[in-house]
Design a binder for this molecule. Structure first.
Ligand code: S3P
Length: 164
């Protein structure tokens, strides 16, 4: 069975939806950010601070390489992983890629007060630019779900209808 990859910007609900989808399908859920934190024995915020973003992106690629050799997993990816064309290609070759598309307003609401995500510290205009640029790659996903004003249950329902 193919893997299911969830991609989308920070705060689009990849982990919540992934866990629920795992409950409904019985497929195993994994979160690439969590796997990296476990491997590195430190938080992503600390990896960014001590090693820089480039190091983290390399760890993401390595983890994706490992995961893409497995089967039947539901995989939540970090917002930057799915915004890289090479990563997108790898995911599409080894599974079905689902883009959880949230508006910038939804993203800002959901991530308000978040101190764990380093990239949320940048000014709004810069964040918006990143959001717009990333969409160009997210769009290459196999399935597109608009997640604004939908519950995780509704999103999971829609995914199950669309991916078959
Ligand atoms: C990032 C998103 C985060 C995490 C890291 C970088 C990004 O994951 O991988 O902070 O570049 O958008 P979430 O999308 O799960 O927040």
């Amino acid at each position: 069975m193919k893997n299911i990859y969830l991609v989308g910007f920070m705060g689009s609900g990849k982990s919540t939806v992934g866990k629920l989808l795992s409950e409904k399908t019985g497929m195993e859920f994994v979160d690439i950010d969590q796997l990296i934190e476990k491997q590195e024995k430190r938080k992503i915020s600390e990896i960014f601070e001590k090693e820089g973003e480039g190091y983290f992106r390399q760890k993401e690629k390595e983890m994706l390489e490992k995961i893409s050799n497995k089967e039947g997993l539901i995989i939540s990816t970090g917002g930057g992983l799915g915004a890289d064309a090479e990563n997108m290609k790898k995911m599409k070759q080894s599974g079905i890629v689902i883009w959880l598309d949230a508006s910038i307003e939804t993203i800002l609401k959901r991530t308000e007060g978040d101190t764990e995500r380093p990239l949320l510290k940048q000014p709004y205009q810069q964040l918006k630019k990143l959001y717009e640029n990333r969409k160009k790659i997210y769009k290459m996903a196999d399935v597109h779900i608009n997640v604004d004003s939908k519950s995780p249950e509704e999103i999971v329902q829609e995914i199950m209808e669309k991916w078959k």
